[in-house]
Design a protein around this ligand. Sequence first.
Ligand SMILES: Nc1ncnc2c1ncn2[C@@H]1O[C@H](COP(=O)(O)OP(=O)(O)OP(=O)(O)O)[C@@H](O)[C@H]1O
Ligand SMILES: [Mg+2]
Length: 401
Amino acid sequence: MPREVIGALDIGTSTTRCVLAEVASRGELRVVGMCQRSSQGMRKGQVVDVDACARIVREVFTSAVRMAGVRVVDVHVALSPLHASLQATRGVVTVQSDKYEVSDDDVLKVIQAAKMPALPPNREIIDIIPRQYILDGYGGLKDPSRMVGMTLELDASVVVGSLTALSTLRRTVEQAGYSVASFVLKPLALGALVLTPDERELGVQLVDIGAGVTEVSYFEGGTLKAICVVPIGGRNISNDLAVGLKISLSTAEKIKTEVDWFSMPDDKIFDLQTFGHVESRQLQAQGVLDVLEPRLEELLQLIRQQGASMSGRDHPLAGTVLTGGALRTKALAHLAELYLGGGARMKVAAVGAVDDPSLNTAFAVAAYAVSRLWPAQPMHSGKMLSGVWSKAKGIWQNLWE
Ligand SMILES: Nc1ncnc2c1ncn2[C@@H]1O[C@H](COP(=O)(O)OP(=O)(O)OP(=O)(O)O)[C@@H](O)[C@H]1O
Ligand SMILES: [Mg+2]
């Protein structure tokens, strides 16, 4: 019997990653291949050169397919909040069965009905987030199946993508030799994977700090409520270091990972090759921190402001969960606790056996795609995704050992 394999793709500003996952019986996910390469043709979270970007996409899939020994045609593609928005919507249908018992078909129909809001011509619906089902005025239902009533309503948000961004991504994937099975809004997939049901219920901010942009989202009442993007990422921090210390970007990237207030000895000295000097120059760690600190603070202040405006409180009740490659900058991870802690719990999410938070998105998209192919869930269930992930974890570990 042919194996059903899903491809997930995350084209980041700095790195392009793909994950191949096999769907076993009962919707379990098994990671069978993956690959990551430095991105090309990307700028601040968006494709600016389709040819260059498509070349890298083809490379990552060719390598992952070789590793997995399976073919993949359709790919689920991560979509940044940069190119998407949430729009409230409502669907209403009459329950069809004789005894007015809500069937799976009625649920699908009300979801379809809610997917019909008026949209500007340059927008496309890529997903729907159910908030509550209402049956003859009886609201707050997570799953109306088998309940009895005459009118079924769905209160939801649709995820609306920019047509230009979607068609550019589609062209990129097609030029690489694959086709787009679906677009997956990154925070939706990540939230299902790295947040606990309690956090999503109480109110939690999820922050993905990448190379080009920082994507901020807010969950409350069990679902994704708001998304936004702060146009600063790890690369801006490296840029500031490079300019401030007159060093190359690659040197800046390197020392960025080493600088840390909390674990670094006070007298730590960096040997830096500065522009205009043949000899390397010695610089005390404090000099590096003086350049780094204001930029990190600025980024964290912006994240904090977003969290406050999305949650309507100083800090979201269940705190902030951080992910993304820039967390590997130790100083950032430590400062984040000071700026975003606010008495609420804060944690750094790193999924799986590989402790690399920048890989979370590709995994999350694979898990989310599997959960969509397994349609037993009327609401997207984080619990299910966690189950999917725990099954995948062991296999993932093997791929890296
Ligand atoms: N080992 C590491 N130590 C320190 N920083 C790291 C490390 N690995 C990655 N980074 C930083 O993480 C950032 C890249 O993060 P990530 O891979 O999540 O971004 P991306 O997904 O390519 O970009 P974006 O999401 O913004 O489009 C870079 O700025 C890089 O400096
Ligand atoms: Mg990213």
